[in-house]
Design a protein around this ligand. Structure first.
Ligand code: CU
Length: 225
């Protein structure tokens, strides 16, 4: 199913009951970060981690010791990505089975080269609450000398799936109600901005404004959904 169709279904779901949302989290695209680093998610929602260069991991942490694993938590293992222009074609997906505050980090570490991604702030939080927040954890991580990995083999607590991104230039030859209008996003004026959203990290992201969702939905309809 295409991301745009997911978005459209999400829009339709607004008037019904909370449908599960897929939250895209971009890993290492803009430096040593998870983006967004801090988000709210509901029971049954999914986290979709998209790995950019160079070689990152997602390790669910615990709230007692920064940059150390929750042995029963989710763990992607390391996902190397050499192409700087796009994310790895496999994403790591985790389904939330509760809404407790959760923290995760990247465990990339090389003492000889002073590489320590968790210490550098490559951490993220889901449903932060009280003193279990992104800001607090990131501060604690600054004092960590070496991050840990779960003892179990990866992946655990989630699974890898093919990346699904709708490219702005994707052909839509199956168009049925599009009439004679071109499906090219550049031909349809206001679609340019929301197309960027759909092709990037925003599709299905809870941070996307309703306006963008509605625009994406309209675009999907225009493509003869
Ligand atoms: Cu990393």
């Amino acid at each position: 199913m295409s991301p745009l169709r997911n978005v459209l279904l999400a829009v339709a779901g607004f008037s019904l009951q909370a449908a599960a949302v897929n939250h895209v989290i971009v890993v290492g695209k803009d430096g040593l970060t998870f983006n967004p680093p801090d988000l709210k998610a509901n029971l049954g929602d999914t986290l979709e981690f998209r790995f950019w260069a160079k070689n990152h991991s997602v390790v669910q942490g615990n709230w007692q010791e920064a940059c150390q694993p929750n042995q029963n938590g989710f763990f992607s293992g390391f996902v190397p990505q050499t192409d700087l222009t796009k994310p790895n074609d496999q994403v790591f997906k985790v389904t939330l089975e509760d809404t407790d505050p959760k923290v995760y980090y990247c465990s990339q570490f090389n003492a000889a080269n002073s590489v320590n991604h968790c210490k550098a702030g490559m951490v993220g939080v889901i449903n932060g609450l009280g003193n279990r927040t992104f800001e607090v954890y990131k501060e604690l991580a600054k004092d960590v000398t070496s991050p840990g990995n779960p003892s179990a083999a990866a992946p655990q607590g989630g699974s890898f799936e093919p990346l699904q991104v709708t490219a702005p230039t994707a052909s839509s030859s199956s168009g049925g109600n599009g009439g004679g209008a071109s499906a090219s996003p550049t031909q349809t004026g206001s679609n340019t901005q929301q197309t960027t959203t759909g092709a990037g990290s925003g599709a299905g992201n809870v941070g996307v404004s309703f306006g963008a969702l509605a625009a994406a939905g309209a675009f999907a309809l225009a493509l003869a959904f």
